[in-house]
Design a protein around this ligand. Structure first.
Ligand code: ACO
Length: 327
């Protein structure tokens, strides 16, 4: 009997502060009309300056554990998908471990930008299938607002802060992650980048070069590659699993741009109504966007027992990937 990774708990947590398109009109040369028609975003959440990525994540993790009926001491692995950690170390996963009172299980961060969730789900699934782990907490938490240049209208209108978590458990009832496929291509790293470390070497006498800290993006280049790669990886994964796009009950794509989601649905020949979209309220929350949407879809009864759900993402790296899940 095959061991599979079943999603037994979900939770999400977003900051209270809302930043609307109308607020942004007062900050940069933009308009609600431009932002909404080009991206689908109406507002995004912004974390308080004192909040850490782990603190934002802890309530999501606690809710997911509660739904799963799992005590944090039972966890045997914690993975945190983030590209906005507060520190290089301790990892955000270790900080979350301390906040939720988990025992001495392994905990590490995984960085794949907006593909962080699909990558982490693929990795967590390998731990479970191999028998190394039985109960895994996967958290995705991002505070992009600290890495955004709030004077750059090309990026500041897109991103928001948020966290979401799932609990996975080993199961042999043919429910759970049916398969995953992940890719990257570093040649296109310059399409989206952020968070450069200071380049000065302590032993060198070179003057310190300013860190390339803010998010920069070649938007229209990224758009075209995103649509193609998200379509290709979805079709490739479905073909491997001998499932046709018509059999999918719900697609939960990375929430980067409503037009990207619609274009992917069209390329897959799937009705737009089968694509879950909550981008209007949150913008692009990077790794957190898929589990945030999944939690919302589940709470709204858009995911039912037995449903086939495809998650697909694209992000900086460039990275991309997909997971197919039987609920
Ligand atoms: N308000 C008003 N005008 C704007 C704004 C704004 N906020 N931003 C850009 N413009 C202008 C540009 O200056 C340009 O003006 P010009 O024609 O005079 O030069 C015009 O609007 C069109 O700009 P484009 O960049 O071509 O607009 P596009 O339709 O491509 O939309 C967007 C831009 C929304 C960024 C889109 O390209 C996109 O969503 N790209 C993909 C993003 C993505 O998928 N990212 C992946 C994940 S991110 C991660 O991993 C961290």
């Amino acid at each position: 009997m095959n061991i599979m990774s079943k999603i037994v708990g979900m939770g999400s947590s977003v900051p209270k502060k809302r930043l609307t398109n109308f607020d942004l009109e007062k900050m940069v040369d933009t308009s609600d009309e431009w932002i909404f028609t080009r991206t689908g975003v109406k507002e995004r959440r912004i974390a308080d300056p004192g909040t850490t990525v782990a603190e934002l994540a802890a309530p999501a993790a606690i809710d997911a554990l509660k739904m799963a009926g799992v005590d944090s001491k039972e966890l045997d692995l914690i993975i945190c998908a983030t590209s906005t950690p507060d520190m290089m170390f301790p990892s955000t996963a270790c900080a979350i471990q301390a906040l939720i009172g988990a025992a001495e299980c392994p905990a590490f961060d995984l960085l794949a930008a907006c593909s962080g969730f699909v990558y982490s789900l693929s990795v967590a699934d390998q731990f479970i299938r191999s028998g190394s782990s039985k109960t895994v907490l996967l958290v995705a938490s991002e505070i992009y607002s600290k890495m955004i240049n709030w004077e750059d209208r090309g990026t500041c209108v897109l991103f928001g802060d948020g966290s979401a978590a799932i609990v996975l458990q080993a199961n042999n009832n043919s429910e759970g992650v049916l398969g995953s496929e992940i890719h990257s291509d570093g040649k296109f790293g310059s399409f989206i980048k952020a968070g450069g470390m200071p380049k000065r070497h302590n032993f060198s006498s070179e003057p310190q070069v300013e860190a390339d800290y803010f998010v920069v993006m070649k938007g229209s280049h990224t758009f075209k590659v995103a649509v193609k790669k998200m379509t290709d990886v979805s079709l490739s994964l479905l073909e491997k699993l001998t499932i046709s796009p018509a059999e999918i009950d719900l697609i939960i794509p990375h929430q980067a741009n409503e037009r990207i989601m619609k274009a992917v649905a069209k390329s897959l020949n799937v009705d737009e109504g089968k694509v879950f979209n909550n981008i209007a309220g949150y913008g692009n929350t990077s790794a957190a966007s898929i589990p945030l949407a999944m939690t919302e879809a589940y709470m709204a009864n858009r995911i039912n027992k037995g449903d086939l759900v495809l998650t697909v993402a694209f992000g900086g790296g460039l990275t991309w990937g997909a997971n197919l899940i039987r609920f």
